[in-house]
Design a protein around this ligand. Sequence first.
Ligand code: B12
Ligand code: SF4
Ligand code: SF4
Length: 324
Amino acid sequence: MLNKIYDFICITIIVKKSLKLNIISYSQKLGFDKIGFASVEPFVEEKEVFRKWVDEGRHGSMKYLERNLEERFDPSKILEGCKTAIVLAVNYFNPDKNHIAKINSGKIARYAWGKDYHKIIKLKLISLAEKISEIFPDSKNMTFVDSGTLPEKLLAVRAGVGWQGKNSLILTKEFGSYVFLGIILTTNEFEPDEPHKDFCGDCTKCLDDCPTSAIIKPGLVDATRCISYWTIETKSYIEIPLDIVNNSRSRVFGCDICQEVCPWNRFAKPTEETEFQVKDNRTELSKEFIQNLTNEEFKIMFKDRSLKRIKLKGMKRNVCMIKE
Ligand code: B12
Ligand code: SF4
Ligand code: SF4
């Protein structure tokens, strides 16, 4: 009798492992570069760090971050019966020799060189979620990318996808920090992976080199001091503060400085995702080009790119960031 129970347990473990491998291999077929599985216990301490960050107003005008605090740090409150968070990462790195923009030109952050990642990652996540439903017909699955709903970076660390660097971003040994994250919450239980170890060591390069001192302590960014926030998240009629403009290093849309200085990004490899290849060779935009751009041209040119988010008005406002 005991032997039979033992055999049953062994078979169950083997079947579970092989189904997990099945999901991993399907994720690779879809073009995900990394995958990890995390349990979904609430993040208790991190919730308090986040609450304080919001209370101090460091989220600026991103009001969506004030909502649903309890759900955000407890995935089972978002998906009833949730057992696992599957964390996916896609490398989006494109090499570029000119980190410094040409005179009278503004740099676009790397994440916006190809097509808008939100749609591309979402479609991949949906395909993977469908595969999970096929294998586990009783499971419920939800997909997330860059949503206000979940702490994607904390889940990525717990799932062993990467560690949270002092610049607050997820770093991977294979691709550095130029990876997008996507999450699937599922009611199916998968064996969790080991959380990722921290490999920042004594390095403080990102803290030292952030031009606006936005990294207020290791792992925590004050959005209201961050160039990325000012050039992407704020309404076009809001003037960018002078001390941010004066230290802009000609970043006209987003900012990559705390990633460009990171030693781990020496290991970044070009992305294999065709949708993230550089479009029209536009990694920077000249002041003159932006000033002469019409609404129609802007709409056509940036139709499927992240830049369209700020509209032409936002782009023209951001011209103040371009140094002569
Ligand atoms: C709001 C937001 C922003 C804001 C605020 C950024 C920030 N760092 O908080 C702004 C607009 C500034 C921004 C900018 C960028 N963003 Co953004 N952003 C988000 C979003 C939606 C939420 C992040 C958040 O919750 N911030 C609030 C702070 C308080 O939370 P936190 O950073 O996780 O901080 C926790 C840790 O500090 C931890 N903690 C506590 N103590 C300690 C101690 C140590 C040592 C450590 C390491 C951690 C730690 O607890 C905190 C609270 O939970 C996420 C998607 C998501 N849902 O997670 C994308 C996301 C983080 N963004 C992303 C990207 C690509 C960017 C940019 C690179 C874009 C660009 N090139 O301009 C920049 C990078 C700027 C930077 N250095 O962070 C990617 C990052 C991918 C990656 N490899 O990590 C994400 C994950 C979107 C995605 N799905 O891919 N972003
Ligand atoms: S994105 Fe730029 S401004 Fe924001 S923390 Fe990094 S280096 Fe500083
Ligand atoms: S620059 Fe140094 S401290 Fe900052 S994220 Fe990279 S390794 Fe960590």
